[in-house]
Structure formats: structure tokens, C-alpha cells
Design a protein around this ligand. Structure first.
Ligand SMILES: C[C@H](O)[C@H](O)[C@H]1CNC2=NC(N)=NC(=O)C2=N1
Length: 101
């Protein structure tokens, strides 16, 4: 069943529980800062594994020592849904293990 697009208030309520995340255009987004370029690249691989498990995929941009992640739900025309927040929470769960903040 297709996920429902979330309202602005529902998005804001969820973002309050996710420090560092914000609404950017029609996506939720976060920049992680890491201790080295290699650490950032390693986190990309781990995020990709989580995304494959969830079958929900963000846009990832690897920088010198940063990882930019943004996501919305394609199947509902690019709206933000609970699936996006599920991915955000899972990435938050693994971030500290990578020394990401
Ligand atoms: C066929 C496959 O399950 C779908 O295309 C998945 C893949 N990953 C996805 N990722 C995102 N962000 N939104 C989707 O609607 C989506 N759909």
C-alpha cells in the first residue's frame, strides 16, 4: 500500500525528534561530518545496506569529510512520508558507530 504524504505539522513534529535533520525543499535532509574521508566513504556503504534492507533510497553526496543525505518518497510523487523518517532513524542509529555527527 502506498505510504501517505505527511502534513507540514507531522513533518515538523517528527523533525523535532531528529536533531540535525531539516526539511529542504520537498525532502528531509542531514549533513554528517566525519573524521576522515575514508570514514565518510565507509558510512556510504553502510547506509546503502540499510537502504537496500528498507527498499527505500536517499540521495547521498560524499564530500571531503562529509556525507549529505536527502530523501523523499518517489512512489507518491516526491512527498515526505513515514518511510523517509524510518530511513532517517535507521541512519541515526548507525551514525555514532562511524563517528559521524
Ligand atoms: C521497486 C522498488 O521497491 C521501489 O522503486 C522503491 C525503491 N526505493 C525507493 N526510494 C524512495 N526514496 N522512494 C521510493 O518510492 C522507493 N521505491
Amino acid at each position: 500500500m502506498a505510504p501517505e504524504p505527511l502534513s507540514q505539522k507531522e513533518i515538523e513534529d517528527r523533525l523535532r525528534e531528529l536533531p540535525g535533520w531539516s526539511l529542504q525543499d520537498d525532502r528531509i535532509a542531514r549533513t554528517y561530518r566525519l573524521g576522515s574521508h575514508f570514514a565518510a566513504a565507509a558510512m556510504v556503504v553502510h547506509v546503502a545496506a540499510v537502504q537496500e534492507e528498507l527498499d527505500h533510497h536517499s540521495d547521498l553526496a560524499l564530500g571531503y569529510r562529509t556525507l549529505d543525505l536527502s530523501v523523499h518518497t518517489h512512489s507518491v510523487g516526491g512527498a515526505v512520508t513515514e518511510l523517509d523518517f524510518e530511513l532517517a532513524r535507521r541512519v541515526e542509529d548507525i551514525a555514532s558507530g562511524h563517528g559521524a555527527h
